[in-house]
Write a protein that binds this ligand. Structure first.
Ligand code: M6P
Ligand code: ZN
Length: 185
């Protein structure tokens, strides 16, 4: 094989940053998270343009393609709305049986799971933690620390996002700060 078949990768990491021409970025601000947090008065006190999280993703195939994989890094800012930690919107997969991996890169947080019977549990996230999210399980991440939480994700390109269920009924438990300790209540 000649060396002309050897090329550089299209993507690479610098620390927890995903770098490459095809990396897409999206942001979620406070105003995009209306109805997610319990304490509406505290929510209204926070500037609606405040950044809550950003996602850098590599989506190499068209959404819905069976057999492909997507890759993302989420950067979740520290903060609270009342006593509830900043968190991602959370979702079931539209194709509900599709699974996903999350893994902790920087900071500390909690991955909150909820099954279709609304049973909730959580796993601590920290640099090096690895989390398998089975199909049928809604998932969201809260930043329980005072620095940025970053985590990786890899999911099937035909998983899709179902935000409706969470927008309407939320998760059955909330992760709140009780004297500096995260509590799932
Ligand atoms: C991870 C993946 C993405 C997801 C993102 C933010 O990177 O699970 O699919 O979009 O986190 O989470 P959410 O969509 O719940 O706001
Ligand atoms: Zn997912």
């Amino acid at each position: 094989m000649s060396t002309s078949n050897i090329i550089n990768p299209a993507l690479f990491f610098a620390d927890d940053n995903l770098i490459g021409d095809k990396v897409e970025k999206s942001v979620r601000r406070m105003k995009d998270l209306k109805g997610i947090f319990q304490d509406e008065a505290a929510f209204l006190q926070i500037q609606e343009e405040k950044l809550v999280y950003e996602v850098s993703s590599f989506l190499p195939v068209k959404e819905g393609t069976p057999g492909g994989l997507y890759f993302g890094i989420t950067y979740l800012y520290p903060g609270k709305v009342g006593d509830e930690y900043f968190m991602t919107k959370g979702h079931f997969h539209a194709n509900i049986d599709r699974a996903e991996f999350y893994w902790g890169l920087k900071g500390e947080g909690m991955l909150i799971f909820m099954d279709e019977q609304r049973k909730v549990w959580a796993e601590r996230m920290f640099p090096g933690s690895l989390h398998y999210i089975p199909g049928g399980i809604a998932h969201r991440v809260a930043n329980t620390g005072n620095q940025m939480l970053s985590f990786g994700a890899c999911w099937p390109s035909d998983a899709g996002h179902n935000y409706e269920e969470i927008a309407q009924n939320g998760f059955a438990c909330r992760l709140v700060d009780r004297n500096g300790v995260p509590n799932l209540i």
